[in-house]
Design a protein around this ligand. Structure first.
Ligand code: GLU
Length: 304
């Protein structure tokens, strides 16, 4: 077994030396306040052993990473019916790109771009009794940690400036692919994206995707088949229009968010989360991607 702590130490030292740390997202004003010198990594192996370095216990806005958790909850609730409303193809376009949605008659390309995640939010609003509270409980149960919460300031900040998400929800509604009111669905979606977690909690939350659907608490949440589908979607659609680059450089299914977090995993082996708030031009954490590429190179562990 590789010496994971020594490998994380090397990656951390390399990240500290990096001159170009990328650019912090500013289109959600609250996110622009984050210091880009933050850097953390947390690895959890399939046996539950934890390794961490840097700011891996400092919470940040998980943003689009939440889309995978929302998708898994929706799959556990309504199963295959999801695919009548959302496709499973990479978009090759930015996360908030609207034109394809109109050309493709209101069927989002996949559940990890914004329009697809908004349809998933609609499904959760329809199928959960208290959508925001129930979804939060799900994430807390996966992680075994009741301190996890929404950041109301971030949710409000996005509500005030999320014009493209409103446009997307309106388009979906015009194609009859939203059953609830636009305000209810987006209120849920903005809260879901505002979840604050640290790298340690993220690795725990994603453990079920590396462990056949069972979380660290040994509870089965989704089936093997659903895990396979979610991991396939992360690999092909998890990094905006840079999913090919991530597969090429890192070789793991994963998901990034504009808060600078990335979670990636090797089924039956480990989950690894990184946080570095500066983004590259495609909206993925610049140093996070480099760190994960270095990790799979040094450990020789990837799905390929
Ligand atoms: N809440 C953000 C949005 O909808 C998520 C973006 C992201 O992390 O990709 O724009």
């Amino acid at each position: 077994m590789p010496d994971f702590q020594a490998i994380l130490e090397t990656i951390y030292q390399d990240a500290l030396k990096a001159h170009d740390k990328g650019v912090v997202a500013s289109y959600i004003p609250e996110l622009a306040k984050i210091d880009k010198s933050n850097f953390g990594i947390c690895l959890i192996t399939s046996e539950g052993k934890e390794y961490g370095i840097g700011d891996y216990k400092k919470p940040f806005s998980i943003q689009s990473i939440s889309k995978v958790l929302a998708l898994s909850k929706a799959m556990s609730l309504i199963g295959e019916a999801i695919w009548e409303r959302i496709d499973v193809e990479p978009s090759g376009n930015p996360f908030n790109f609207l034109s394809l949605l109109e050309i493709e008659n209101g069927i989002p390309r996949n559940p990890l771009i914004n329009s697809g995640a908004i349809v998933i939010a609609d499904i959760l609003v329809s199928n959960l009794n208290n959508p925001k509270a129930d979804f939060l409980k799900y994430v807390r149960d996966l992680t075994g940690d009741d301190t996890i919460n929404y950041n109301k300031e971030v949710a409000k900040s996005e509500k005030n400036t999320g014009f493209k998400n409103y446009a997307s929800a309106n388009l979906l509604k015009s194609f009859k692919n939203l059953n609830n009111s636009i305000d209810d669905v987006l209120d849920f979606y903005f809260h879901q994206c505002s979840l604050e977690m640290n790298c340690n909690q993220l690795s725990k939350a994603f453990y079920l995707f590396a462990n056949n659907g069972k979380c660290l608490q040994n509870k089965l949440h989704i089936t093997d088949r659903q895990v396979k589908r979610i991991n396939a979607l992360m690999l092909t659609c998890g990094f905006y229009d840079e999913a090919g680059e991530f597969a090429f450089e890192v070789g793991l299914p994963g998901k990034s968010g504009v808060g600078g977090g990335i979670v990636a995993l090797l089924p039956d082996e480990f989950v690894i989360s990184t946080w570095s708030p500066g983004l590259n031009k495609k909206g993925n954490s610049k140093l996070g991607m480099l760190a994960l590429a270095e990790f799979t190179t040094m450990t020789k562990q990837s799905i390929f």
